[in-house]
Design a protein around this ligand. Structure first.
Ligand code: GRF
Length: 194
C-alpha cells in the first residue's frame, strides 16, 4: 500500500451528504506537499449538501447522484470513478450504505470516519447513545469499509472525554475537532512514506 518515493499522489474521491467539515479538512490536507492524496472528485447523494460549496471554492469536480435505486446510482458512480482514475475513496459523512458489490469493486480502498470508538456505537446517533449510557469517553475511528456496517479493520482511533454537562451538540463539536486531526493521520499511516 505504501507509495514509492517520487510517485504521484493517489487520486481520491470524497463522498459526502452534509456539512462537509471533514471534506474541507481533507482538501486542505491534500494540498500539503507531503500529503499522499489529491482530491479529484467530490461525490454527494444530496444536491443541497452544504459541503458541495467546498468543491466550488477549491475548484474540484463535483457530482450528485440520485439514490432512488441504489444499484443504478452505484453503476454511474463506478463509471465516473473509473473515468477519473480514482484509486481511493474517503467517506466523510456519506449517509448511504454502499452495496456489497460496490465495496468489492473497491476492496481495501474505501476509508470511513465514524464518530464513536468502534466497535462501540455502530450506526447512527452515536453521541446520543454514548450520553444516554453515561459513557466517560467517546471518540472517533477511521476504518476500512467492509461489507458489514462500521465493522471493517480499524486504522486509528482517538478517545474524547465526555463531561457531565455535555449535550449532543457540545460532544459532537469536541469529537469533530478530533476527527479533523485523525482522518489525515490515518491516511498518512496507510499511504505515506514518511
Ligand atoms: C462526522 O461526524 C463523521 O464522523 C460522520 O458524519 C459526520 C460528518 O460531518 N460519519 P461533516 O459533514 O464532515 O462535518
Amino acid at each position: 500500500m505504501k507509495r514509492s518515493l517520487g510517485s504521484k499522489k493517489i487520486k481520491t474521491a470524497v463522498f459526502i451528504s452534509g456539512t462537509g467539515t471533514n471534506l474541507k479538512n481533507l482538501i486542505k490536507f491534500s494540498f500539503l506537499r507531503n500529503s499522499p492524496i489529491q482530491i479529484n472528485l467530490i461525490i454527494s447523494n444530496e444536491s443541497k449538501a452544504k459541503g458541495l460549496n467546498f468543491a466550488v471554492k477549491y475548484k474540484i469536480k463535483k457530482k450528485t447522484y440520485v439514490f432512488k435505486i441504489r444499484k443504478n446510482a452505484e453503476k454511474k458512480i463506478l463509471r465516473d470513478l473509473k473515468k477519473n482514475k480514482i484509486k481511493l475513496i474517503c467517506l466523510a459523512g456519506f449517509m448511504i450504505i454502499l452495496s456489497k458489490n460496490f465495496i468489492k469493486k473497491f476492496n481495501g480502498k474505501i476509508l470511513n470516519i465514524h464518530p464513536s470508538l468502534l466497535p462501540k456505537y455502530k450506526g447512527l446517533n452515536t453521541h446520543q447513545r454514548a450520553l444516554k449510557n453515561k459513557e466517560k469517553f467517546s471518540g472517533c475511528t477511521v476504518h476500512f469499509v467492509s461489507s458489514k456496517l462500521d465493522s471493517g479493520k480499524v486504522i486509528l482511533k482517538k478517545k474524547v472525554r465526555i463531561f457531565k454537562n455535555d449535550t449532543v451538540k457540545s460532544l459532537k463539536k469536541r469529537v469533530l475537532k478530533q476527527e479533523h486531526i485523525l482522518y489525515p493521520k490515518a491516511i498518512n499511516k496507510v499511504y505515506s512514506n514518511l
